[in-house]
Design a protein around this ligand. Structure first.
Ligand SMILES: Cc1cc2nc3c(=O)[nH]c(=O)nc-3n(C[C@H](O)[C@H](O)[C@H](O)COP(=O)(O)O)c2cc1C
Length: 89
């Protein structure tokens, strides 16, 4: 049997990594996407869960939207790495 410390669960990290991979994969296919944190309340809306055929015991983790852009996806300008992070030594 595989056991983990009671307090440790990784499902939220796992789902976040999967979500990020989905967003990156979508971009590579020319599909637009956005992570919609504001959609989290839908996870407690029984009508929405029923409409999406969400099985009993499952819950919403990361609402993502996907769609075909009406115009070309803009490539963001290069970022100055020093502004984004700084190594602390
Ligand atoms: C946890 C999380 C929740 C987000 N929720 C929203 C949202 O509710 N509405 C929205 O327009 N974008 C939302 N985003 C997308 C961000 O606004 C932003 O587009 C994305 O993080 C990419 O940022 P960047 O283009 O600066 O790299 C969310 C992103 C994350 C990581």
């Amino acid at each position: 049997m595989f056991a983990m410390p009671h307090a440790y669960t990784s499902h939220e990290y796992d789902c976040a990594a999967a979500a990020e991979n989905m967003l990156i994969a979508a971009r590579s296919l020319g599909i637009g996407s956005c992570w919609i944190g504001l959609g989290m309340p839908l996870g407690s809306d029984q009508n929405t869960l029923a409409e999406l055929n969400v099985p009993e015991g499952y819950r919403l983790m990361m609402p993502l939207i996907f769609g075909y852009p009406v115009k070309d996806i803009e490539t963001p300008p290069p970022r100055d790495a020093d502004v984004i992070f700084k190594w602390i030594t």
